[in-house]
Design a protein around this ligand. Sequence first.
Ligand code: CUA
Length: 324
Amino acid sequence: MWGAVVLQGCNGEYPQSALHPSSDFATRLDDLFDQIFWWAVGVFVVVEAVLLYTIIRFRAGPGKRRPKEIHGNVALEIGWTLAPALILVAIAIPTVQTIFIVDRPTDDENALVIEVIGRQWWWEFRYPELGIVTANEAHVPVGRTVDLRLRSADVLHSFWVPRLGGKRDLVPGHENHLWFRPDSVGVFWGQCAEYCGTAHALMGMRVIVDEPADFDAWAELNAGDAVPITDPEARAGRGVFMANACIGCHVVRGSPVVGGNFGPDLTHFGGRLTVGAGILDNTRENLIRWLDATQHVKPGSLMPEVDLTDEQIAQLAAYLLALR
Ligand code: CUA
């Protein structure tokens, strides 16, 4: 059974495993982990071997005498002082090298700049060169360096997408940098890794690594206004959205009313994979649940529960899903 448990850890079904790197940054960290792991295995084997030998060889029993006590074996003293020190040096050198490499700014002039703003309790992503503002899901093209500029709108957060990069803190009043080059297409899970208040554990995100052509299509769509709403239920939902508190905190570009920017930009919400900062799949059922019982789904969320009828909530969900 334990074999199965151990193997479970290796089969790649855990979306937030740092042991399955998919970028240069994450690969460096994984390489470092491997080196330290094998040093630890070596130490474990030597210590356990000596321990087992001693237990078996000097076991108490009839006719056995206590081993001779010795004191101050100079060669042994030097040996077991020097060996751990050398192992620590062997670990420290690649560790410090890796820290310097991942900490310096990128020198890739073709890097895609993304501003990441940590907020209680969601992520804002801005692409200044492309005119995109989105939330909780960042799209990036495979094989191109991503240059993240990390800030916070309120308290300390920490950007962490284990298979791509991080952790790195988002600090109020200070900009941090983080860069990585994703090497495979896919959806990568991440989350806030610094305690930031009530809903810290529900401050998730996705980084979606696309083929370059798919990324370009996404970027073109997301730089524009929301698509016109034609479906009658969705149009009714737009009325609910504009007439209630929603528009006070959320921007939907292209709307007649300019929204507040306290909450996530919802201009292309319908194209997102998740709702509530990575905590629920973006389906009609989940969206209705979210709108109906926000504080139950995500306790502490700064989105208030607006008193709406079931019909209004269904209309609102239809509207949000139609925002492509
Ligand atoms: Cu944001 Cu923890």
